[in-house]
Design a protein around this ligand. Structure first.
Ligand code: GDP
Ligand code: MN
Length: 392
């Protein structure tokens, strides 16, 4: 789960990390009041979207009076912000963060993420922080320092010394910086982050270190042990399907296409999506019901797929290994009866007792189109999603 900047900053604040004073609003009418509350000569209004590059896209605006805050806020609300991370459609601005404007002496870059090849968290930092970090990574990668971290021990003192000396940071005492690193690692581990990025981390004109921006991604697989994050989900833009998938704990990712996929196993789900694309279609989702899907899960999966109004056809692709195909087939039949499916349904089953399963589907009297292999299944579902024509 990606967190908004204001949510990420709340977490940082709870760990004693300095963030600018600010407040999130969802209506421009609240902007003048918040501006006065903050009580600074100048404030920054920051578009809250789940993508970066806002500064370059116009999503960061400075205001100097309460009425200016209102004017700018009303212009930003409801508009779509296009950045290099949002795609051309952009992201709708529903929340704005109003903060005191901080006077910056130097912008640093700091992030902790997982290095999958090392299988360790890695700290990435640079004195060249700010909006050009991507260019710096390309042009002068030697200015970016990477330090793998021991997840159990934390940051070793020698690593802290190495990082500060390599950075040559103009902060005195340097313990200010190393204390911050220790706190950030604590945030990363305790909150099961997959990404914690502060860009820029600034040295203010009064010599403080302040997290001017914050990006946090929480590992979805760990959300079950963070009931405190439940409050965040009301802001996140989950579709109806995603809300259901979270409730049923199914791994589901919504995509832009029109073909609903119900598959067991992540590998087969990926292969199914590839096949659909090869045949000129676009999957509406990734959905893995798991290797040992129960009847209940299959019913829930149908419910999730059908809650997406863009779905024009469904492809069920299940390999009966541990589970027998005839059991799965009766599950599908029962699910179709219970949920009531209004789009073409193509079913491809393979594995143990597949013939019995095909017989069940054929005799069910339901409008289920069996496919004998993956290729013909993909072909049939793409045609069905295009024009309702099904090649039997
Ligand atoms: P991003 O572009 O989405 O990463 O948004 P940021 O929050 O990082 O803001 C972009 C840039 O705006 C920062 O790199 C700063 O240079 C600038 N900025 C943001 N807040 C302030 C502030 O309070 N004071 C000053 N002087 N600049 C700011
Ligand atoms: Mn930033």
């Amino acid at each position: 789960m990606k967190l908004y900047e204001f949510q990420a900053k709340n977490i940082l604040k709870n760990y004693g990390i300095l963030v600018p004073q600010g407040k999130v609003i969802s209506s421009s009418d609240d902007a003048p009041e918040v501006f006065r509350e903050i009580g600074c000569a100048s404030c920054v209004i920051k578009a809250q979207i789940l993508a970066g590059g806002r500064g370059k896209g116009g999503g960061i605006q400075f205001v100097n009076t309460p009425s200016e805050a209102q004017t700018i806020a009303s212009r930003m609300f409801g508009s779509s912000l296009v950045t290099h991370q949002t795609g051309l459609k952009g992201a709708e601005i529903k929340y704005l963060l109003i903060e005191e404007a901080v006077s910056i002496k130097k912008e640093l870059y700091l992030a902790i993420t997982i290095d999958r090849s090392l299988q360790m968290p890695v700290l990435i930092t640079s004195t060249e922080g700010g909006m050009e970090i991507e260019e710096i990574a390309l042009r002068a990668p030697e200015n970016i320092i990477r330090e793998p971290l021991d997840i159990l021990f934390g940051i070793h003192p020698f690593q802290l010394r190495r990082i500060t000396s390599k950075l040559g940071i103009p902060i005195t005492p340097s313990s200010k910086f190393t204390n911050l690193l220790i706190k950030l690692f604590d945030v990363f581990v305790k909150n099961d982050c997959s990404l914690l990025e502060i860009n820029p981390l600034v040295i203010t004109s009064s010599g403080e270190l302040c997290a001017l921006d914050a990006k946090i991604e929480i590992d979805d697989n760990a959300l079950y042990r963070h009931p405190e994050f439940e409050q965040f989900t009301q802001y996140q833009d989950f579709s109806q399907a995603e809300v259901l998938a979270r409730r049923y704990r199914l791994s589901y990712i919504s995509l832009d296409g029109s073909i609903g996929c119900l598959v067991n196993g992540a590998g087969l789900a990926m292969a199914t999506m590839d096949m659909i694309k090869l045949h000129g279609g676009e999957p509406a989702n990734f959905l893995d019901v798991g290797g040992d899907a129960s009847l209940e899960q299959i019913i829930q999966a149908f419910e999730i797929i059908l809650s997406d109004y863009r779905v024009k056809a469904i492809l069920v692709n299940i390999f009966g290994g541990i589970m027998k195909c005839d059991v799965i087939a009766s599950g599908i039949i029962q699910a179709v009866k219970e949920v009531g499916i209004h789009v073409p349904l193509i079913v491809r089953l393979e594995g143990t007792n597949v013939n019995a399963a095909r017989k069940l589907l054929n005799e069910s009297g339901l409008n289920i189109i069996p496919a004998k292999d993956m290729k013909s299944a993909a072909d049939a579902v793409v045609k069905a999603s295009n024009n309702g024509y099904i090649d039997r």
